[in-house]
Design a protein around this ligand. Structure first.
Ligand code: S3P
Length: 434
C-alpha cells in the first residue's frame, strides 16, 4: 500500500487545468458505444474508473482506440459495421473495479439487448446498494439476478424486451436516473424518470448531443424508445469535483491565488461553489461558454477567511462528491457548519460520514457524526498524524488538503485509490505550491 507524506504550509499559486470530468467521460464512452458512426471523446479522463468503462464497451464488441498523439487524451470509438448489431455478448464477466457509475449505468445499458452480461466490482463496490437500479429496471421487464436478491453485485443481466415506464426515484441519484434512461433507449414506448431533487444532468445533455430527443418537465425527464443514437464529437470539461481539492487548498493557505481553467460549471454540479460563497470564500467564475452541451469556465480562487454554514435539502445532491473536502474547510472556518439530509454519503466509495470523522479525528479535528450528516465547530487546530484513505479517493485527497494546515507532517496511507478519479493529484498539488 502506497503512502504519501504531506508537509504543511506554502500557498497555492499559478494557472492549472484539472483532468477531464469523470461523469461526462463515462457517459461519452457509453453513448459512443451505442451510436452508429465514429465518436471522438477529447479530453477524456484516463483514470481507473473510466478505463473500466472503456474495457466494458470493448468487451461489448466496440473498438476503442486511444489517440495518444493529440495534446489532450482522446478516444476514438469506431462505428459498427452496417447491418451488425450494436453490442455483442461479452465473453467474460465485466469487472467495474471501484466504479459505481460503470456498474449502475451499464446495468441499464445492457438490459434491453438479447444477451447475458455479468457485472461485478471490487470489495467496496460489491458492498454498495444495487437494488436502487435493479428495482426500476425489473419493473421495465429486465431480468436481473444478483446476491441478496439483486441488491448486491455481481449482477447477471439477461436481456429482455423492455417496456417504457414512469419511474419515481426515492433518492436523488444521477446513476439511477441514467441507468433507467439508458434502458429506456432500448424499451418500447415512453420512459419517464422523476427525482425528489435535481441530480447531475450530464446524461440528459449528452443524449441530446447524440441526437436523442428528450423532454424535461419540472423534475421529470422522458424519452421515447426505441431510440437510435448518432455519433458525436465530445469535448470533456475539467472535473469540478477534482478542482474542489485545489480550490479548498487555495482557500485555506494564506497568500494563495490560483486559476483553474476549462472547468465544468454545470449548475447541477456547482453546489460546492454556492456553499463556498455562503462561507465567505473568494472564488470567481469567468469566461463561461458552452462546449458539447456543457458550460465551462475559469475559476480564480484566493485565500479567504471562512465562516460556518448549513448545507441541506436540494443543495446536497449538487454538492454530493464534495462533502469530504467541505468537512475540512468547515474545520478551519469560524463558527458552526451543519450538514443534513446527506445519508447518501454513507453508501459512497466508503461511509464518508464515519470515515471523515474518524480520520480527521486522528489529526485532532473534532467532527460530530450524525445519522445523515455531521456538525463541525471551527476554527480548529490540526496536528500532523498518520491517517488512512480507507481506499476512498476523495477521502485521500480531502486529508491531503487538511494536512496543508497541520502543525507537522502528515502521512496518508493507501493513496493508490486517488488514481480512480485524479491521476497525478499529488504531483499537481506539489507543482502549484510555491
Ligand atoms: C455520479 C453520480 C453520483 C456521484 C458519483 C458519480 C454519476 O452518485 O456521487 O460520484 O456519474 O452519475 P449517485 O448517483 O449515486 O448520487
Amino acid at each position: 500500500m502506497k503512502a504519501v507524506v504531506i508537509e504543511p504550509g506554502r500557498p497555492l499559486q499559478g494557472r492549472v487545468e484539472v483532468p477531464g470530468d469523470k461523469s461526462i467521460t463515462h457517459r461519452a464512452i457509453m453513448l459512443g458505444g451505442l451510436a452508429r458512426g465514429e465518436t471522438l471523446v477529447r479530453g477524456y479522463l484516463p483514470a481507473d474508473d473510466c478505463l473500466r468503462t472503456v474495457a466494458a464497451i470493448r468487451a461489448l464488441g466496440r473498438t476503442i482506440e486511444d489517440l495518444e498523439s493529440s495534446n489532450r487524451p482522446t478516444l476514438r470509438i469506431a462505428g459498427c459495421a452496417s447491418g451488425s448489431s450494436i453490442l455483442r455478448e461479452p465473453a467474460d464477466v465485466i469487472d467495474c473495479g471501484n466504479s459505481g457509475t460503470s456498474l449502475r449505468l451499464l446495468t441499464g445499458l445492457v438490459a434491453g439487448f438479447p444477451m447475458c452480461t455479468v457485472l461485478t466490482g471490487d470489495a467496496s463496490l460489491r458492498r454498495r446498494p444495487m437494488g436502487r437500479v435493479v428495482e426500476p429496471l425489473r419493473a421495465m421487464g429486465a431480468h436481473i439476478v444478483g446476491r441478496d436478491e439483486g441488491r448486491l453485485a455481481p449482477l447477471t443481466v439477461v436481456g429482455q424486451r423492455l417496456k417504457g415506464l414512469d419511474v419515481r426515484l426515492p433518492v436523488a441519484s444521477a446513476q439511477v436516473k441514467s441507468a433507467v434512461l439508458l434502458a429506456g433507449l432500448a424499451a418500447e414506448g415512453r420512459t419517464a424518470v422523476t427525482e425528489p431533487a435535481p441530480s447531475r444532468d450530464h446524461t440528459e445533455r449528452m443524449l441530446r448531443t447524440f441526437g436523442v430527443p428528450l423532454r424535461v418537465e419540472g423534475a421529470t425527464v422522458s424519452l421515447d424508445g426505441p431510440a437510435g443514437l448518432s455519433a458525436a464529437e465530445i469535448e470533456v470539461p475539467g472535473d469540478i469535483s477534482s478542482a474542489a481539492f485545489l480550490i479548498a487548498g487555495a482557500l485555506l493557505q494564506p497568500k494563495s491565488d490560483l486559476m483553474i481553467e476549462r472547468v465544468g460549471v454545470n449548475p447541477t454540479r456547482t453546489g460546492f461553489l454556492d456553499v463556498l460563497k455562503r462561507m465567505g470564500a473568494s472564488v470567481a467564475i469567468e469566461g463561461v461558454r458552452e462546449v458539447s452541451g456543457e458550460p465551462i469556465g475559469t475559476l480564480t480562487v484566493r485565500a479567504s477567511a471562512l465562516r460556518g454554514t448549513t448545507v441541506r435539502g436540494d443543495l446536497v445532491p449538487r454538492t454530493i462528491d464534495e462533502f469530504p473536502v467541505l468537512c475540512v474547510l468547515a474545520a478551519f472556518a469560524r463558527g458552526e457548519t451543519i450538514i443534513e439530509d446527506a445519508g447518501e454519503l454513507r453508501v459512497k466509495e466508503s461511509d464518508r460520514i464515519h470515515v471523515m470523522a474518524e480520520e480527521l479525528g486522528k489529526l485532532g479535528i473534532k467532527v460530530e457524526e450524525r445519522p445523515a450528516g455531521m456538525r463541525i465547530e471551527g476554527p480548529q487546530r490540526a496536528t500532523g498524524a498518520r491517517c488512512s484513505s480507507h481506499g476512498d479517493h476523495r477521502v485521500a485527497m480531502a486529508l491531503a488538503v487538511a494536512a496543508l494546515r497541520a502543525s507537522g507532517p502528515t502521512t496518508i496511507d493507501d493513496v493508490e485509490c486517488v488514481g480512480t478519479s485524479f491521476p497525478g493529484f499529488f504531483e499537481l498539488l506539489d507543482r502549484v505550491r510555491r
